[in-house]
Design a protein around this ligand. Sequence first.
Ligand code: HEM
Length: 293
Amino acid sequence: MNNIQPGILAEETPLARYLAFGLKPGSDPRAALQALAKTIDGENTVVGLGQSLVMALDRQIEGLKTFPALSGPGFAVPATPAALWIWLRGDDRGELLHRARGLTRTLADVFEPEQVIDAFQYRGNRDLSGYEDGTENPEGEDAIEAAIVSGRANGLDGSSFVAVQQWIHDLDRFEAMPQGERDNTIGRRISDNEEIDEAPRSAHVKRTAQESFEPEAFVLRRSMPWADDKQAGLVFVAFGHSFDAFEAQMRRMVGADDGIVDALFKFTHPVTGSYFWCPPVSGGRLNLDALGL
Ligand code: HEM
């Protein structure tokens, strides 16, 4: 398929900047979206639209919805919907800043910036806990099958649904755990990244083992660490041909299936949660046909 925003399938870049926008009350987003579509190739910049924005256009994208808030013992998985999500990919922080400024200006009449997160790669593809992230990601055709819509109407094929959550780690707490407990939290040994067969059922990879769901729940994860002067964590980003796989995993993580909570919650928790639809591209530009634009 050559109509997929290529940044979805590509390896993560060394740096990224995530922008989330709200829609200014009473505004008509059509012109701004058309202007945006012309400047987005889907490779350096991946774009997703939230449910409220699609509704403002008086349209529907089947499968798009608002992120479902969940909670578990002592923690919340909040829903923080946004109208528009922009994932700027690159390797030069100054250049990312200027691209973000340019896009924010293009959108300024109708879209309000709500959140900016600078993200980066840590020792290859590691989370700040030190564990490799993305090992069990599907690749090649499997990645396309997991993440990309196909067999639907023109304007939908090649698109993707993305779940985005900002997680804040308590790294002091994590580092205070003995090494064995840390490995059992993830369910993999940090020394060689091998899966620990006898890890407790609360281990993160036991909770989320994609083949263990019925139907199987594969997603394409493109998460990246983030940090500011006070806090640090992970921007969790998972693409799917629907939100079903993500939702099945998230529900099992919070213990909604069997009362067992993912051990990750011992040291980290999400503070945002949003769903977006990432349109296809055609001719190197965003294709907004499905929205009548
Ligand atoms: C702070 C949050 C998170 C951290 C630090 C984290 C970290 C990790 C690590 C280290 C792995 C093992 C290596 C790999 O296969 O990638 C993993 C696997 C995985 N994670 Fe997470 N994760 C987080 C949140 C989530 C969330 C919210 C979901 C989905 C709701 C999720 C879904 C998965 C899946 C599907 C796998 C692969 C499981 C398998 O099939 O073996 N993760 N994660």
